[in-house]
Write a protein that binds this ligand. Structure first.
Ligand SMILES: NC(=O)c1ccc[n+]([C@@H]2O[C@H](COP(=O)([O-])OP(=O)(O)OC[C@H]3O[C@@H](n4cnc5c(N)ncnc54)[C@H](OP(=O)(O)O)[C@@H]3O)[C@@H](O)[C@H]2O)c1
Length: 352
């Protein structure tokens, strides 16, 4: 192993827990030395860091106790305390190694957001997966071939279980997970309705991703648009948004519909009481099922998802655009972008 001896590496830390939308004052950019790897560890030089809405949840004080339970079970520390590095997924190159599995020069990504928003990460080999940089450019290993793509894949294939002819509605359809989820549902022979904000996103969903109907929820009454787009109701609602949008979709379910809760971005910055659903009785009257799932649940099956997504990508069957923000110093600005919705596809920060 060569000595790393990096004395000044930049790292973003949580200065204070955000109240509502994060602000720059919640974060602190520090510079410190990178420690030498111990047995089984490597130092990874991060090239890209994934910016996900879920990072905002990691910044909550202790409100997501189920994740703390998961930490105890699986040793995955996703919650971030004040003064701690901001947890995030990353991809990069091994520059120092005391791991047989990942020698210097290997490209790797982390499994559970321990790479964090920093220039270098000292991680144990069990926290890492090797990535094939010749199969796809590095950003793709954070996007379609990383946590994001796997979430869309397992959420759609294993949880929603689409059947040909199903009407599938996806919210946040132009986002990182949603844009992959709609394409998978199309490949499964479904009629796909995407919900997104703004005419550009809706045109892109129709013209580039092939969704059957794209609803601009900012321009139209969503309930009326859904009744028009799904006259027989929706068989699957793949929910990335939660809150009022979920409520409106509940009012338009087909008999025995499947609701899949992937995320609830509309709720992540809420400071008051959570949105109270008015239409929950539709679950009973439509004999619907409602399943929430988490990317971590499917970690043992990751290789299946990566293989399928890689094949679709290589065959040109799936598109996976990226929005790359340059410079680690721009993390605070990037962190609010998922909530303003001004990007399509996968958002990430270029570190190197
Ligand atoms: N279950 C899991 O393991 C897992 C893993 C990854 C992600 N997720 C969840 O999946 C969802 C999507 O993640 P992503 O990575 O695709 O995010 P993303 O690429 O950042 O896209 C998020 C999109 O959500 C829309 N949005 C934001 N605030 C909204 C609001 N108040 N109402 C309606 N739409 C809103 C915006 O698009 P518009 O312009 O269209 O509004 C935004 O572009 C999130 O809820 C995330 O937490 C879950």
């Amino acid at each position: 192993m060569e000595s790393t001896m990096i004395n000044a590496a930049r790292q973003w830390r949580l200065k204070s827990h955000p109240h509502g939308l994060p602000v720059a004052e919640n974060f602190e950019l520090v510079t410190e030395a990178v420690r030498e790897p111990r047995d089984g560890e490597v130092v990874m030089r991060l090239h890209y860091v994934s910016i996900d809405p879920g990072l905002r949840l990691f910044m909550n004080p202790t409100s997501h106790s189920e994740w703390e339970d998961r930490n105890e079970e699986g040793g995955r520390a996703v919650l971030v305390g004040e003064g701690e590095p901001i947890k995030a997924w990353g991809v990069g190159e091994v520059i120092a190694s005391r791991s047989q599995r990942f020698p210097i020069g290997t490209f790797v990504r982390d499994i559970a957001a321990t790479a964090s928003v920093q220039e270098y990460a000292c991680l144990h080999e069990d926290e890492l997966l090797a990535v094939q940089a010749d199969v796809a450019p590095l950003p793709a290993h954070l996007g379609i071939l990383g946590m994001t793509g796997l979430t869309a894949y397992f959420g759609m294939i294993k949880v929603a279980k689409p059947r040909a002819g199903d009407t599938v509605v996806v919210s946040g359809a132009a986002g990182a997970v949603g844009s992959i989820a709609v394409q998978i549902a199309k490949m499964m022979g479904c009629r796909v309705v995407g919900i997104a904000g703004g005419p550009l996103k809706c045109t892109w969903l129709r013209d580039e991703l092939g969704v059957d109907v794209a609803i601009d929820y900012k321009a139209r009454n969503l309930g009326a648009a859904l009744r028009e787009a799904c006259p027989d109701g929706m068989d699957i609602y793949f929910d990335n948004v939660g809150g009022e949008m979920l409520d409106t979709c509940l009012a338009n379910l087909a008999q025995r519909a499947r609701i899949v809760s992937c995320g609830a971005i509309a709720e992540y910055n809420r400071t008051g009481a959570p949105y109270a659903l008015a239409n929950w009785f539709a679950i009973m009257s439509k004999l619907a099922t409602w399943t929430a799932f988490n990317y971590f649940d499917y970690l043992p099956q990751s290789s299946e998802g990566i293989a399928a997504l890689t094949e679709w990508l290589q065959q040109g069957l799936i598109k996976a655009p990226e929005r790359i923000v340059e410079g680690i110093e721009n993390f605070p600005a990037a962190m609010v972008m998922p909530f303003s919705g001004d990007h399509v596809g996968k958002l990430m920060l270029k570190v190197v």
